[in-house]
Design a protein around this ligand. Sequence first.
Ligand code: C2O
Ligand code: CU
Length: 472
Amino acid sequence: MTLSRRTFLAGTSASLGAGLVATAPAAQTAEAATPAPQVLRAATASLQLAPSGYPATGILAYNDAAPGPQIRMKQGERLSRRLENGLDQATSIHWHGMRLPNAMDGVPGMTQPAVAPGAGFDYDFTLKDAGTFWYHSHNKSWEQVARGLHGPLIVEEPEGAPDVDAEELLVLDDWRLRDDASLDPDYANIHDSSHAGRVGNLITVNAKYDLQARASSGDRLRLRIINASNARIFQLALKGLEGWVVAYDGMPLETPGRIENAIPLAPAQRVDMIVDVTADAGGEAFLIGLERNEGFALTTFKVGEGRRARRDAAPAPLPPNPLPQMTRVMVDAAPVQKLNMSGGAMRALRRAVYKGRNMTGQVLMDEGQFWAFNGMVGMSDKPLAQVARGETLRIPIVNDTVFAHAMHLHGHHFRERLPDGGFGPWRDTLLIAPSETREIAFVADNPGDWMFHCHMLSHQAAGMATWVRVSA
Ligand code: C2O
Ligand code: CU
């Protein structure tokens, strides 16, 4: 594997590129914690995303920050934020991965009205779980998230926090810029919608294309990594760092898993790692993204003199969150609701039901719709499944398409039911490769109407959305 520092401005023209001075910006440290504000105001902002030499990029941001302000609180505390809409289009905030009351879930037309320009909405709920979460727009999310409307939500363990020397919060994003560094405004184009979604040409971490951080040799770090991109799947690897995965999607693993292979991170997924800095003082360590056998630095750690000997021993698991009991016996006996994914390029829909009408693939295409779940395109009047509170439900997901999809369930975490009947880790978003069948199971302990959709946001917009009703 070769490690390059390409900046991923792959699509830019030589005319602009030729005039560029390829100097890296002044070293930035990865910590960017400002005191959490009580208001989140969505509005236009301007930010230097592309390397210096390019103009700033006009984006949408909460409180002028990209990623949005870091909200950092303790488990059991009450989060209360007023969304103010300073945009010229309606918006809302979804608190991704939070097991919260349905009315706070932020889904326009389902759990609240869309917040009109100039209007506001108060979100207020208790933080049940500790972990790494995020918040983002849930109205026209394929456009608003692509333009920058998202931020990290970190819920600390009140006790039993891991023994580490430092923590880095790393928000991965993927922007599609034009030659003048402005965002490509074609947010709902047919090609993205029917293929892999809006994959960008500039990857940033904490909105820096070349994020530099500091670490000391021998230190133990907690990395909280969030994939906030619309469609890009990262394959994460380490260099000069060695360690363990301790949580996925906010939920601790019962046993930390030693990192040996690349860790896939689909849109909306999070991973918490505890890593030891094995690079020597004066050297560098890296969080790497792998793509086609090439590695590129997502974060470069300048390694300084260490103060202590390396720990080496595996970290203790993070304290568990109050998740429902889910046993093999319960799951084996649970009702099964299959979900069949179809459509997209190369497997175009012939017919499917959209807005209550059976339509041909051609008519659907004219409507910008390319995907179906069980032959239904987009949100239907009836839920995929209706379950009583406390019931367990199994959903085998059959990916009958040639693209990967990242399925996200609102309001609950689920586990994959493995072919041998065992369970995968607790997650809120599962990546399903082309032609795969993967089954999830969850205890429907949170009453309300909950979306279940693909988090490749162009896919969600083009049909890959359904919902589950949990009756009280
Ligand atoms: Cu992170 Cu329905 O979304
Ligand atoms: Cu998808």
